[in-house]
Design a protein around this ligand. Structure first.
Ligand SMILES: Cc1cc2nc3c(=O)[nH]c(=O)nc-3n(C[C@H](O)[C@H](O)[C@H](O)COP(=O)(O)OP(=O)(O)OC[C@H]3O[C@@H](n4cnc5c(N)ncnc54)[C@H](O)[C@@H]3O)c2cc1C
Length: 473
């Protein structure tokens, strides 16, 4: 996929931008490589210059210069995005937030934390912990992805069921607009009905409407008791019913509820060293769930009783409760290793889709049937945040086939899966965003009215089209 190329940048212009950040903020030669490809090696990129400003003022100066000189800018956080939105096409400035790493303030009594955009998610979680609070956003890439990145992609992860997406966890933003102005929106308020909620445009905006430089995040009390379980089930339908039972019986204490097809476990055992089967027997489906409570005791009894009921109702066949943190960690390690294990199995076709939670079993049935017509013998590595209706619906070739066996039919597979998604009024991108990867699919599948509204917003805020061009729209 390409985008319209701009005039190559002259040395004078590049030097002017270099001068804003100084030598510490310029990455050239060998140092440039890590910014220009993403972790799976898809979408190799090119940039005229890579800069990492050290302050919001430096970001604003760079963007102002770029706006005045019609230079495109691609913002980059931790470079863990899965749709290529952070990778520039060519004559662009790649602006990394990696040098903006300050925790600016933590206010436990207001349950808020104000951070620079370049703070990693793990650092933000740790800072909240040190202040006796919880920042609940948790995703597999948390050691590397940055707060500006999770905001710009509206990241989801394993705790959305209880605490919401990133969108629900941000109270205020500081950002540099496409014309190079600084928007000082670091409000720490939970109520503010003074017109359009502008921060929501930047949240999930994938860097197309401005550069996030700081944020006020919501914090929560830390749980006093946590219970992690792994259950074996016969069907995805039973998993949906188990979720409902768990939510009813634990009074809203269900924080995570992840579904995994047996093939997920098989691939983790095959490709990830030191992995162990979570339960004694094999089952067609597994649920990994976590419950947390502010009370010091009682949760485990509640969860045990719930599992007993589920067993009696035939919703589960077997279950194990983690005996300690390391046991819980082993369960989570399986879940977090699935993506890597799929890489080991071949290129495959990957989808990050969502439907209403209650529609998941029907979606899986219809999508499997549609895919098998195109790729007989294909295998389904369905897993994901079932509590949010979000399925990572990945497909690999028949056992023992070549790594790239599905490549020739991948477009047909994707199209068939998205056709099924449309019949459920679902989403073709539940949490990873649009970026380069799904730009053309979005254009085909969103309604003309929605696309017009999106384009009108883009044009109003970025009339010169310099912010992350060729991504999303
Ligand atoms: C192993 C693994 C597990 C993952 N698990 C999940 C998951 O469970 N849930 C989930 O939602 N995602 C997940 N992801 C995807 C990814 O981690 C998220 O999309 C993350 O939010 C991206 O953050 P980042 O800092 O790496 O951003 P980048 O990849 O650098 O950028 C992503 C997008 O945001 C823009 N951007 C970045 N920083 C800024 C900024 N400061 N201002 C404006 N725009 C900016 C970029 O231009 C790009 O369009 C996973 C990725 C990996 C590799």
């Amino acid at each position: 996929m390409t985008t319209q190329r701009r005039t190559p940048l002259s040395k004078d212009k590049l030097d002017a931008i270099r001068a804003i950040v100084g030598p510490k903020g310029v990455f050239e030669g060998e140092d440039a490589a890590p910014f220009l490809s993403e972790w799976r090696g898809r979408w190799p990129g090119e940039a005229a210059l890579i800069v990492a400003p050290a302050s919001t003022e430096e970001v604003a100066k760079i963007v102002k210069y770029c706006s005045d000189n019609d230079i495109a800018v691609t913002p980059q956080g931790g470079n863990t995005g899965l749709v290529g939105g952070q990778i520039p096409f060519g004559d662009e400035i790649l602006l990394s937030l990696k040098r903006m790493r300050k925790i600016r303030a933590i206010e436990p009594l207001n349950n808020t934390m104000t951070v620079d955009a370049g703070v990693t998610l793990a650092e933000a979680q740790e800072a909240a912990k040190e202040a006796g609070r919880l920042f609940p956003l948790s995703i597999g890439s948390e050691g590397t992805c940055q707060i500006g990145g999770v905001i710009s992609t509206n990241a989801g992860g394993v705790n959305v069921l209880r605490f919401g997406n990133t969108r629900d966890l941000v109270l205020g933003l500081e950002a540099v607009t496409p014309s190079g102005d600084i928007w000082h929106g670091l409000k720490r308020l939970r109520k503010d009905n003074t017109g359009y909620d502008l921060k929501q445009l930047l949240i999930g905006g994938e860097g197309t409407l401005g550069i996030v430089t700081g944020a006020v995040l919501k914090l929560f009390p830390r749980p006093a008791e946590k219970v992690t379980i792994c259950a074996g089930l016969n069907s995805a339908d039973d998993a949906v019913k188990l979720l409902s039972l768990a939510q009813e019986r634990t009074g809203g204490m269900t924080s995570s509820f992840e579904l995994m097809a047996r093939l997920c476990i098989d691939l983790v055992l095959k490709h990830i060293s030191q992995s162990r089967d979570p339960l004694g027997e094999k089952h067609p489906w597994y649920v990994l769930a976590e419950f947390s409570s502010g009370q010091k005791s009682g949760l485990r009894d509640t969860v045990e009783a719930m599992l007993g009921e589920a067993l009696d109702q035939g919703l589960i066949v077997d279950a194990a409760i983690a005996e300690n943190e390391s046991h819980a960690h082993d369960f989570w390690r399986i879940r977090h290793s699935i993506s890597e294990a799929i890489n080991g199995e071949g290129l495959g076709a990957r989808h990050d889709v969502s439907v209403a939670t209650s529609d998941i079993p029907a979606f899986l049935e219809k999508a499997d049937a549609a895919v098998l017509k195109i790729a007989p013998g294909a295998r389904f590595v369905a897993f994901g945040h079932i509590g949010d209706g979000n399925v990572h619906y990945d497909i690999v070739g028949p056992e023992g086939s070549a790594q790239d066996v599905l490549e020739p039919v991948r477009p047909q597979i994707e199209s068939a899966v998205y056709d099924v998604i449309d019949t459920f009024s679902g989403s073709i991108s539940a949490e990873h965003g649009v970026g380069r990867h799904r730009r053309d699919t979005l254009a085909k599948r969103k309604s003309a009215v929605e696309l017009d509204m999106m384009r009108a917003i883009k044009k109003a805020l970025d009339p010169k089209g310099i912010m992350n061009p060729g991504k999303m729209l």
